[in-house]
Design a protein around this ligand. Structure first.
Ligand SMILES: [Zn+2]
Length: 81
């Protein structure tokens, strides 16, 4: 199994070799307690909202293809098994 660099949560179901940067589509980080951003998945182009604490914590899964988006700005697709 290959490590995912600084990513803390590394379940082996994600493909570290195929990481791509996710796309920031705006968001609001000024509201206290509601710091969320709009993300576009680089693999399936789905757009969804993620809380900052979520993405810098365990990461945020794409609701469509299941790719994991993490705080380093990278997204990792699920392993094809
Ligand atoms: Zn996706």
């Amino acid at each position: 199994m290959r490590p995912l660099g600084e990513v803390k949560v590394t379940p082996p179901i994600y493909d570290a070799d195929k990481g791509e940067e996710w796309i920031h589509r705006g968001g609001r980080t000024s509201e206290p307690g509601r710091s969320s951003i709009q993300i576009e998945c680089p693999f399936c182009q789905a757009q969804f909202t993620a809380y900052i604490w979520s993405i810098t914590g365990g990461g945020k899964k794409c609701p469509d293809c299941g790719a994991m988006h993490v705080g380093s700005g990278m997204a990792y697709p699920m392993m094809k098994s």
